[in-house]
Structure formats: C-alpha cells, structure tokens
Write a protein that binds this ligand. Structure first.
Ligand code: PMV
Length: 335
C-alpha cells in the first residue's frame, strides 16, 4: 500500500539551544509541510527521490581567467536524505523488518533553514515507511524514533523538533536531559508573526556543537546564559496566555540577545531582527539553530506588509505562512 505522510515545519518562539541543556522551550508548528511518499518494494532495496526540497539552485561564477566557481545548496538536500536513511534504519530495527521501499520526499519550505525540517522529514519517513509495511506505530513511538534519528545524526538533540513535528500546534516542552514532558498552549494561533529567511551556511549539528564548545570553555557563563533563557521561557509562557504582545516581544528581544551571546546569530539574521524592530515589531529574534536561517518577529498587524516588503529589499525571503498547523497526517493510497 502506498502511504503519504506529512509533518509540519516549526518556529521556536523561545528557548532553542537552552532546551538541549534541560531548560524549557516554546515552539509552534507552521502551515508548511514536508511530504514523504512511500511504496513498499518486493526486494530489500531503498530508493530515495528528493527532487523538490525548496533549496535554491546553482550560482556559477566565471572569473577573469575563465575559472568556474560553483556554489550550491545541495549539501542541504544530502543532509535531508541522511535523515531519511537513518530514520528507515531505526524503524527497520524497531520493527525487525528489512523491506525495501521507493521513497519520494518533497517540501513546501526550504530544508535545513531552521524550520525543523530534519525532524519533519524523520517523522514523515518513519510514519510512511512503517504504515506502508502494515505497521501502525503509535504517534509517541514515531516521535521517539524521530528524536533518535536526530540524536544519531546531530550528536546532541532535544526532543523539541520531533515533538512539534508529530503533534503540531503550540507546545511548551520541558526536557531534563533524559525524559521530557510537554503540554499544548491554547489560543495563541492568532499571534501576528512574520518569518524571514536568510541563507544558512551551517547545519544544526554545527551550531549545537558550537554552543557546546562555548559552554565547555566557559562553564559558569554558559550555565548562567542557559538558565536565563529558561527563565525567559517561563515568563513568556504567561505572557502568551495573557496575549500580552508587548511582553511577548520584549522577551523575544532578550532571548535574541542571549542567543547572540552564545554565538549563533549572524550579521544577516541580526539585520532581519533589527529591520523588524525598526518597523515597529513588538520584538524579534532568530529562531532555530542559527548560523543563518530563520528569524521571527511579532509585528503589529497593520505593519506586516511593510515588514515583508523591507525583508525582500534586504535579500531576506519572507516565509508567508500561518502558525499552529496540524501535526503528522498519514494518508493511505491503494495501488
Ligand atoms: O534549526 P533547527 O530547526 O534544526 O532547530 C534546532 C533547535 C536546537 O535547539 C538548536 C537543537 C535541538 O535539538 O533542540
């Protein structure tokens, strides 16, 4: 049976990086998805087609001596494929099967940009592979296997991305380094959020290990910064429940300052963050692992169009979507 499984991308409203070290985080799904189609094969071969992952194409520079320099973003395609490969390996071990499959992955958002696409790829792959082989793994196990996939590939990973990709919505998540718990935050789907994207040169794993190196070198400073981010998350949770936009924004600004302290922002991300603020955002911050990728801002509704236009002018791509999209969706197709 052919299965199409899809899972949403996400933005981290507060708490990325610190969540890896036991602090809480608040994360929201977006209404852009990864789709994985899986058709079982009679042999044990796995084929993976990744022809539409929304990454830019090739930049060719021919210099004055006729030398050709090629820049591509295809590293991110290979990275997405490595998550698929690992997700299948772990699912096969879990189910104790070896069945082959033809897999096609596509994305409505750029992969490897800080939108949680790795987890969305892993969640959809695990669901599509297992269901197409006749095994209905419960959502909790899909989320766990997806987290395992991320940990194997990234070295360090929190369960944040795999949880939001599986369940969607708005989630407050707490992870103590071993176990985790999460609860939905209701009624925040109306948050006027703008997302800007700038080219990301580093993988999540690079950024997570950059932060780890900094904390290993300056344990006291690192621990305090991480703790402070945790405090911001607790305060933001209350501000979100009250829909206190001023405080929601100010806490984003403080969170961004601390992410900058951890060394994960870039000139381009700061540019987005400050453009948003100068156009009246309540607050703005980078979102996700950093090193390029995504920044978010809470912007008064009447200013949203202006912010989107400004982002285009600074070569940052606005990602026009709403937040709070559905979690994992599994569709069966006979044939
Ligand atoms: O950039 P993304 O979407 O892969 O987000 C990574 C979030 C981190 O907190 C930096 C890592 C993690 O595993 O939680």
């Amino acid at each position: 049976m052919e299965i199409i499984a899809s899972a949403p991308g996400k933005v981290t409203l507060y708490g990325e990086h610190a969540v890896v070290y036991g602090e809480p985080a608040i994360v929201s799904s977006i209404n852009k998805r990864i789709y994985v189609k899986c058709r079982p094969r009679r042999d044990n071969t796995i084929t993976i087609s990744a022809l539409n992952l929304s990454v830019p194409g090739i930049i060719l520079t021919i210099d004055k001596d006729g030398e050709i320099k090629i820049e591509t973003d295809y590293g991110r395609v290979l990275s997405a494929v490595s998550y698929i490969k690992e997700a299948i390996r772990l699912t096969q071990n879990y189910l104790d099967i070896k069945g082959g499959a033809d897999i096609t992955v596509s994305s409505e958002m750029p992969v490897g940009a800080g939108l949680g696409t790795s987890a969305a790829v892993a969640v959809s792959t695990i669901a599509a592979y297992s269901y197409s082989h006749g095994y209905r793994i419960p959502a909790k196990e899909i989320a766990r296997l997806s987290w395992e996939t991320e940990k194997t590939i990234q070295g360090l990973a929190s369960p944040m991305d795999s949880t939001i990709a599986t369940y969607g919505g708005f989630i407050y998540l707490k992870y103590d380094g071993k176990d985790f718990d999460f609860e939905p935050i209701e009624d925040v789907n109306e948050l006027p959020l703008v997302i800007g994207y700038t080219k990301r040169l580093y993988k999540t794993a690079d950024m997570v290990s950059k932060v780890k190196n900094l904390i290993d070198k300056y344990p006291l400073l690192g621990k305090n910064v991480i703790n402070l981010i945790g405090k911001i998350v607790e305060m933001a949770r209350e501000a979100l429940k009250r829909n206190d936009l001023t405080m929601i924004g100010e806490l984003m600004n403080i969170n961004h300052g601390l992410l900058e302290t951890l060394g994960v922002s870039t000139k381009e991300l700061n540019h987005i963050v400050y453009i948003m603020r100068s156009l009246g955002a309540y607050g703005s911050k980078l979102s996700g692992a950093g090193g390029g990728g995504v920044a978010i801002g809470v912007v008064p509704r009447e200013r949203i169009n202006e912010v989107i236009t400004a982002l285009k002018l600074i070569d940052a791509t606005p990602i026009e979507t709403s937040i709070g999209g559905s979690g994992l969706i599994i569709e069966e197709r006979d044939g």
